[in-house]
Design a protein around this ligand. Structure first.
Ligand SMILES: O=C(O)CC1=CCC(=O)O1
Length: 96
């Protein structure tokens, strides 16, 4: 199943820089692993915002939930999830 996910990062202004840097580094490593595994299909920066638009390819809602709550930045993100399905006019094969 494909899900469109918007993540807006809101780090507390008083978070120590080393703590923020560690969170971001761990987020980057996990995001890379999930992209290589084919679970995190797209990862785009929203221009002008500390936010991303992503597409996840996971088995079901539960897998997406587990994946999202496992992200190091999860406690500091507003997340909006939109389930996707194939558009009847899409010329692409499958769910690519
Ligand atoms: O910077 C972000 O949008 C949050 C994030 C997701 C994956 C990553 O490396 O950072």
């Amino acid at each position: 199943m494909l899900f469109h996910v918007t993540m807006t990062v809101r780090l507390p202004a008083d978070m120590p820089p080393d703590v923020a840097a560690d969170l971001k580094a761990r987020e980057k490593t996990l995001a890379a692993d999930l992209q290589r595994a084919g679970k995190w299909r797209h990862l785009w920066r929203v221009a002008g915002q500390y936010a991303n638009v992503s597409v996840f390819d996971v088995a079901d809602n539960g897998e997406l939930h587990d994946l999202l709550i496992g992200l190091p930045l999860f406690p500091y993100m507003d997340i909006a999830v939109t389930p996707l399905c194939r558009h009847p006019s899409s010329v692409r094969d499958g769910d690519a």
